[in-house]
Design a binder for this molecule. Structure first.
Ligand code: PEP
Ligand code: MG
Length: 581
């Protein structure tokens, strides 16, 4: 038995069997397979080789047609290697006699050969090219082996816990939710989008575990404790019994909370607030409403772009918005325009990867650099505006000019639709996310030009404290309770109140029960969070008075360290729900 501590990102306890996804960086951990699994492993290898042969033949023919046979023949060496019987025998022997996984066998044998050629480079540069060729083939084979496993995670026939170096938000969103019971990764942070998607899907997860991929083998029994951030590998009977008890009591608590779904989020002294949900896909609306959400305060539309290789068409956008609105039956839907970039875009896929993508061409900046793309989305939103209570929200606004430009594009779109005789609602509410310090500091000015604010604390924290939200090495510094962050949140709420516009928080802080009393006491009227967080936050709101929340907020704002803030809030919240921490 081994216990590993990481960063808790999605609560819940699960016990299941591990499957390990290898990273494409070729650091393939040694992994044994069950002797009975040897034939299946050989079959996987055979399929991977066949896939590579087909791909390479096509590539060779394409290149030969475009650039001549000599250039095309470069791939002849690659194909020759894949057809080399003695090389393939070496790999299959590793699987048969050493019971190594196909990935590990490929990696070991190919590296052995690459090293042999590398030792001869001094004699001729020819060998250096051969080393590159071998690495290339190794990579293709691994991609074929690992790629097929990744796809499998969308269609499983048994329960698993996924162990990976890292997961993309889109990969996580594609998991077969009935069978992927939890996941654990080497890297990542609490508000990375992968973590957010896990919480939204209700999948327990722990990230930032360092080298969990090399410590767990496929088939190991694993416990994921997504609340304490603990992963237990091959637990003993005692641990298993304890965690089964914990899982049962968590379930009882959740059943108790579920009874709150139809009750209003109203304090004991009659102060009513709105509790809404964040979604990535329209289908999440149903679950959010079932849990008691009163609308969607944040629809992360970039997941439309992440779910496929190409940009969605205007009609695809429209269909998604119409779907969400139909499910909402008149409840509000805040559609956030494309917020791609940073961790929501694989830099590997980008034409020119950015050195610092969180500070780069992301979000509204990207839209203003590609007006036709931006317009396609805005047209779809405006066409959907007559189907329900739609509101538009621009993300990552840093300057007044950006906001004005975005509004100008929106006006152009409305004029175009009018000319075309297409119906839409011109008075659509337009809001912005406050998620960079410049916008928070200038909130009074921004409030005069928009209908609402939504505070994106996930980014606001990272940009205020200079801490990458996805980097496990600095996760200890990423803290919503930092007095600087709290002052910005307080001032933005105040600016909204002064200018009579509404203000919500839609970052993860809104769904963390630790901050409910504080946000309520600071005057927040709309909380938007992952669906599974709705019942607990509602319970806190319904168990306190506005006066008490205000006292808590006053006390918190007098502290000068995040430790004091968290300690005090933990004590206060525990008095209401002891199960929370
Ligand atoms: C935020 O930054 O707080 C937010 C809600 O947006 P996202 O998490 O999608 O960046
Ligand atoms: Mg954000």
């Amino acid at each position: 038995m081994e216990i590993k501590k990481g960063i808790a990102v999605s609560p819940g306890v699960v016990i299941s069997t591990a499957v390990v996804l290898d990273a494409e960086d070729l650091l393939i951990p040694k992994r044994k397979i069950d002797p009975q699994a040897v034939p299946a492993e050989l079959e996987r290898l055979g399929q991977a080789v066949a896939t590579c042969v087909v791909d390479l033949t096509r590539l060779r023919d394409d290149v030969a047609a475009k650039h001549g046979k000599e250039i095309g023949d470069i791939f002849g060496f690659h194909l020759g290697l894949l057809r080399d019987k003695s090389l393939m025998n070496e790999i299959t022997n590793e699987i048969k006699t050493e019971t190594n996984s196909a990935e590990y066998a490929v990696s070991t044998v190919m590296r052995r050969h690459a090293n042999k050629f590398a030792a001869m480079i001094e004699k001729s540069p020819y060998f250096s090219e051969r080393v590159k060729d071998i690495h290339d083939i190794e990579k293709s084979l691994l991609r074929a082996l690992i790629g097929s496993r990744r796809q499998d995670l969308a269609h499983l026939d048994q329960d698993v816990i996924v162990i990976a170096h890292d997961l993309l938000p889109s990969q996580t969103a594609a998991f077969d939710k009935t069978h992927v019971k939890g996941f654990a990764t080497d890297v990542g942070g609490r508000t990375s989008h992968t973590a957010i998607v896990a919480r939204a899907m209700g999948i327990p997860a722990v990230v930032g575990l360092g080298n969990i991929t090399s410590e767990i083998s496929g088939g190991d029994t694993v416990i994921i404790d997504g609340k304490r951030g603990v992963v237990i590998i091959n637990p003993d009977e005692e641990q298993l019994a304890e965690y089964r008890r914990d899982a049962r009591s968590m379930m009882n608590f959740e059943n108790e909370l579920a009874t709150l779904a139809s009750l209003p989020p109203e304090t004991k002294d009659g102060h009513v607030v709105s509790v809404q949900a964040n979604i990535e896909f329209p289908a999440e609306v149903d679950d959010a409403i079932d849990r008691g959400a009163q609308g969607i305060g944040l629809y992360r539309t970039e997941f439309l772009y992440l779910a496929q290789e190409r940009e969605p068409t205007e009609d695809e956008h429209h269909a998604a918005y119409a779907d969400a609105l139909q499910r909402l039956k008149g409840k509000p839907l805040v559609i956030r325009t494309l917020d791609l970039g940073a961790d929501k875009y694989t830099q590997a896929k980008a034409l020119n990867p950015e050195r610092n993508p969180f500070l780069g061409d992301r979000s509204i900046r990207m839209c203003l650099h590609d007006i036709p793309m931006f317009k396609r989305q805005l047209r779809a939103i405006m066409r959907a505006s007559i189907l329900g209570d739609v509101r538009i929200m621009f993300p990552m606004i840093c300057t007044a000019l950006e906001l004005r430009q975005a509004k100008m594009v929106l006006n152009d779109v409305m004029d175009e639709l009018e000319e075309e005789g297409v119906q839409f609602r011109r008075e659509i509410p337009v809001g912005i996310m406050i998620e960079v310090p410049s916008a928070a500091i200038m909130a009074d000015q921004f409030a005069k030009e928009v209908n609402f604010f939504s505070i994106g604390t996930n980014d606001l924290i990272q940009y205020t404290l200079a801490v990458d939200r996805t980097n496990e090495k600095v996760a200890g510094l990423y803290c919503p309770a930092h007095p600087a962050v709290l002052k910005l949140v307080r001032d933005v709420i105040r600016a909204a109140v002064r200018n009579s516009i509404s203000c919500s928080v839609c970052g993860e802080m809104a769904g963390d029960p630790l901050y409910t009393l504080l946000l309520l006491g600071l005057g927040l009227t709309t909380f938007s969070m992952n669906g599974p967080d709705v019942p607990e936050v509602k319970k806190i709101i319904r168990s306190t008075t506005l006066d008490h929340a205000k006292q808590v907020a006053r006390r918190v704002m007098s502290f000068d360290s995040e430790r004091q803030v968290m300690h005090f809030l933990r004590e206060e919240t525990r008095k209401i729900i002891p199960e929370a921490f």
